[in-house]
Design a protein around this ligand. Structure first.
Ligand code: ZN
Length: 435
């Protein structure tokens, strides 16, 4: 601004030569009008890109009047102009983006849901009742649906080839999930037909299903969820599909972590369309908190390509939470390598610890930039009694040693206790991010 005012002053100090000055003036007015048009059009698209409803912006942007002052030397003092055209930039806005772990639906879970529904249909609400508020409170909530919802075509089934009743999807929708990732090692448990059945089901629901696509065009159609004027783009990738693969002639698509060129292309496209790029990555080794070198390399690459948040999963236990720095612009990007099982009927203590990662991002409408400003990790525990009875999720803050002592896993993990769970959290989640 200051620089521009100085320039406009210099214009006024130019020596006067009447003829030349007149043509110069005409030229300046033409240039001025042309620049004004450019600025109005540019400003309009700039606001559009920044996600601002242009119709709601009553005053011109800060750029137009000050630049106009620079060119048109016949205008009165730039001071008065600037007062009239004070920019109307909305205050910064923040949203909460919540990620959770693997929704791993063993038969014990859907059989209990069937009993709770009175034998007809499934009622999964018992499982999620203590975390329902957290999910509802998030602006954008993302889950990894580990088991395919293909019950319209196949009977429900357990490990190793899972099939989950679609009523689970109804439950996720009513809890408030916005994005459901299906890029994981069980996506092909029921073949292409199962994948198709799941996609057909998700098409009927008001959520974005990612990670399994009908064809290349569907894959390149980046899923965007907008909240409070902030656009979040979502991509799902997986390291493996348990030795199963799509038939060579199938148009269906899954993105593997080995397809780095494609991932880069997807992330860059997503970045051009949205303020925040969220990648759901299914990777690494099971039943360990140790992150592989491949996970770390891909995480840093994805951040460099434009990913802002990485919600990792697959380990069925907690893996570290960290913040990576983007090389090009120094942006800080939260990465959790695995959040554990959101729920499961797995057998061991380490499979019971999990958590929900709540990332706050803030958009500055003046710069158009959205940055990570805060995050909180809320540890949770899957609890069940003897014989996998009454499977349900507890926030760790509500969990007790009495509950731990009654947990069905104690038969196989005698060390299971509140201290055991807290140790897992302390080993993987920096204290500053703990809820
Ligand atoms: Zn998995």
């Amino acid at each position: 601004m200051r620089k521009r005012r100085k320039m406009s002053k210099r214009y006024r100090k130019m020596p006067i030569n009447r003829e030349a000055d007149r043509s110069r003036r005409i030229l300046k007015i033409c240039l001025g009008l042309f620049a004004l048009c450019l600025l109005v059009v540019g400003g309009y698209f700039g606001l559009k890109l920044a996600g601002i409803d242009v119709s709601s912006v009553s005053k011109p942007s800060s750029e137009a009047p000050s630049s106009y002052t620079q060119i048109s030397s016949t205008e009165p003092s730039s001071e008065t102009q600037d007062v009239v055209s004070e920019p109307s930039v909305p205050d910064p806005v923040s949203i909460h983006i919540l990620g959770v772990g693997d929704n791993l639906i063993h038969d014990a879970i859907y059989k209990q849901a069937q009993t709770r529904a009175g034998g007809e249909g499934y009622d999964f609400s018992f499982v999620y009742q203590r975390v329902a508020e957290d999910i509802a409170a998030a602006d954008v909530a993302v889950i990894n649906q580990e088991t395919i919802l293909a019950s319209e075509k196949f009977p429900p089934s357990n490990y190793p080839m899972f099939c989950t009743p679609v009523e689970m999807g109804d439950e996720l929708v009513s809890l408030g999930f916005d994005v459901v990732n299906q890029a994981n090692n069980h996506v092909l448990d029921k073949g292409v037909e199962g994948m198709e059945a799941a996609l057909d089901y998700w098409d009927t629901q008001p959520v974005m299903a990612i990670g399994a696509y009908r064809d290349d065009e569907d894959l390149m159609n980046i899923r965007i969820v907008e909240s409070n004027g902030i656009k979040t783009a979502h991509i799902g990738i997986t390291e493996m599909t348990n030795g199963l693969s799509l038939p060579a002639d199938s148009p269906y698509r899954i993105v593997y972590t080995s397809e780095t060129e494609l991932i880069e292309k997807l992330i860059k496209k997503a970045k051009s369309m949205a303020d925040v790029v969220v990648v759901s990555a299914h990777w690494g080794n099971e039943n360990t908190s140790e992150v592989t070198e491949a996970q770390q390399t891909l995480a840093q690459n994805m951040v460099n390509w434009g990913a802002d948040i990485i919600f990792g999963n697959h380990a069925h236990t907690l893996q570290p939470l960290t913040v990576l720095t983007r090389e090009s612009d120094g942006a800080q990007c939260p990465v959790i390598y695995a959040m554990g099982n959101f729920v499961s009927a797995q057998a061991y203590g380490m499979n019971m610890i999990s958590g929900m990662l709540d990332v706050t991002v803030t958009k500055d409408f003046e710069t158009g930039k959205t940055t990570f400003t805060d995050m909180t990790f809320k540890p949770i525990v899957t609890h069940y009694g003897a014989g996998y009875s009454d499977i349900t999720i507890y926030p760790l803050s509500e969990y007790t040693d009495e509950l731990a002592a009654s947990h069905g896993v104690c038969a196989r993990t005698p060390a299971f206790s509140l201290a055991y769970l807290n140790q897992f959290v302390a080993d993987t989640i920096p204290e500053e991010y703990l809820d």
